[in-house]
Design a protein around this ligand. Structure first.
Ligand code: 16G
Ligand code: ZN
Length: 545
């Protein structure tokens, strides 16, 4: 697994130039699968080093999420199931970018540094828990990359645990379970039992209100990815009367014409779904992405172009969760004002303006806006006792503080709203956004409120019309933003022109930011009507060109 001898899953050598540079981005390293064997090998080696340094399990997830089937990627997961610390992202970049000739020296320097801190522990026989835990998604290149990871971990003689084909959130959950055995059993079954067990208990404690319009039927688009086999297994634990789910897009081409990313960007019904609401309506649908860390709800949109989907996106899921939690919290706070729990909501600039306004005006919470990328959201949410975070694209979860642990989880309270909060926090996968867990949590809350899709749509807020445009540019690095990506500081003068355009429309808002994953600049615009939104978007596209 060298750059020169980078052997791919097809058995060919796809050598990598000694000076080709790679960066650990928001999604780790992600490219065409041919490039990855030597990258995965070095990443697993680095994971083994970190595992020894912390005497903990460290995760290696091999996936390219919503990208096409030919791609793959790798990212590392820290002991508590969080994403890798930023300092180690820099180390990862350094180790991957070394030439074959320099690698031994780079590695030796690392080992010297890290062994110094862990040496005494090793000497005292205290290294028991160091291991590299590795999972893959359903791509054909996966098993070969798993072997590359195994070889990488062996370099430093650290135990390697192959957990097979899993969703990204299952890998995060397993890493935490290995390190905190009281959290859950670190197996697929352990994850299913923990999440479905909490769901079933909470279901029993949830009473549908009179006149409830809740429907337990749901059709799920699995993006032809890992959601298909793994969610099918999870659902075996849940009786049909509680939740009646039909899975579609289980075995076709990964992410092709389907999946959460497709539905969000195209705002279209995915393949194998009825396209019009007229014939036989499919009232409630949800879509996972390829590695099942994102979820969107949707349905065919009435009176629109054939095949148009109406989205119930990450913002709407976040607001639904927050509304439920607030209801439980308010009852609690009324009785125990001194031991209060603070809830926060974290969004990005892409959050629909109506959702932000709703959170501010109705939930009385000032939303925190952070730059794109799960890492930023997770970090900001961790400042609260209950931190709800979602990107509009459907990636999100809720994190809970130590204070929450002691007030809610460790205290077997007889108060029903506290027990609900406790179980809700166990349905949620607090390590990372999880399509399965978020789906179960959404269904519980809809049932609690007795809501149909119409209710969920109408009782919270109406989305402001919005548009996203990708503008190809020669060099996206000349675009610099501030204010959580909502203001451009470079190139000079552009922000002023954006402001002038925005001022021409009612209820408008817009920003331009460079993509972190593609060589494009993204324009986002909102205005009072869809037509005005498109007009504003087009004029901003001109500003960039
Ligand atoms: C990455 C991020 C995702 C973000 C997207 C934005 C993680 C795990 N993933 O996929 O959260 O929405 O990038 O892409 O952080 P962009 O920079 O091209 O708009
Ligand atoms: Zn994903």
């Amino acid at each position: 697994y060298t750059r020169a001898g980078n052997t791919t899953h097809t058995g060919e050598v796809h050598s990598i130039p000694q000076d080709e540079q790679f960066a650990y981005g928001t999604a780790g390293f992600r490219f065409r699968a041919e490039k990855l064997p030597f990258i995965v090998y070095r990443c697993a080696y680095l994971a083994s080093l970190r595992a020894r340094q912390l005497d903990s399990a460290i995760g290696v997830m091999i996936t390219a999420s919503h990208n096409p089937a030919q791609d793959n990627g790798v990212k590392l997961v820290d002991p508590s199931g969080d994403m890798l610390s930023s300092q180690w992202e820099i180390y990862a970049t350094e180790v991957i970018n070394a030439s074959d000739a320099d690698l031994t020296k780079v590695i030796r320097d690392f080992e010297k540094n890290f062994q110094r801190s862990s040496q005494s522990k090793i000497a005292r026989g205290l290294i028991h828990n160091a291991k590299v835990v590795c999972g893959i998604d359903t791509r054909v290149s996966g098993p070969h990359l798993m072997e590359a990871a195994r070889a990488g971990a062996a370099l430093f003689n650290v135990k390697f645990v192959d957990i097979g084909v899993v969703s990204t959130p299952m890998l995060h959950y397993s890493v935490k379970s290995f390190n905190e055995p009281e959290f859950a059993d670190p197996t697929h079954q352990g994850y299913y039992d923990a999440i479905s067990g909490a769901f079933k208990k909470l279901y029993e404690m949830t009473q549908e209100p009179d006149g409830s319009r809740y429907q337990p039927e749901l059709i799920v688009d699995c993006a032809n990815g890992v959601g298909a086999p793994r969610f099918r297994e999870l659902l075996k634990q849940i009786p049909k009367e509680m939740l009646s789910i039909e899975l579609r897009n289980e075995n076709g081409e990964l992410n092709h014409g389907c999946g959460a990313d497709f539905v969000k960007i195209a705002q279209k019904m995915p393949a194998n779904f009825i396209l019009t609401p007229d014939a036989a309506p499919e009232p409630k649908c949800a879509s996972f992405d390829g590695d099942a860390d994102r979820i969107l709800y949707f349905r065919a949109k009435n009176g629109c172009q054939y095949g148009t989907a109406e989205l119930f996106d990450g913002d709407r899921i976040a607001v639904l969760f927050a509304t439920y939690i607030k209801e439980q919290l308010d009852i609690y706070t009324a009785s125990k004002p001194r031991n209060s729990l603070k809830m926060g909501i974290v969004q990005t600039a892409y959050a629909n303006g109506s959702s932000t306004r709703f959170v501010r005006e109705h939930l009385k919470i000032e939303p925190i806006i952070v730059p794109t990328g799960v890492k930023h959201l997770h970090e900001a949410a961790s400042e609260f006792d209950i931190g709800v975070y979602f990107e509009a694209n459907g990636h999100g979860t809720i994190v809970f503080s130590k204070h929450f642990d002691s007030v809610v989880r460790r205290n077997a309270s007889p108060l029903v709203h506290l027990r609900r909060l406790h179980l809700f926090s166990r349905v949620i996968n607090e390590t990372v956004g999880d399509a399965f867990a978020d789906l179960l949590a959404t269904e519980i809350v809809l049932r609690h409120f007795g809501w149909s899709m119409d209710d969920w749509n109408q009782k919270l807020y109406q989305d402001v019309p919005n548009v996203q445009i990708k503008v190809p540019v020669a060099d996206r690095s000349i675009f610099k933003t501030t204010n959580a990506e909502q203001t451009l500081v470079k190139p000079d003068g552009l922000q002023k022109r954006i402001d002038e355009e925005v001022a021409k429309y009612k209820d408008s808002r817009a920003f331009i930011r460079p993509s972190g994953t593609e060589n494009i600049v993204r324009v986002y615009a909102e205005a009072d009507t869809l037509e005005n939104t498109h007009r504003l978007g087009k004029s901003l596209e001109q500003v960039v060109l």
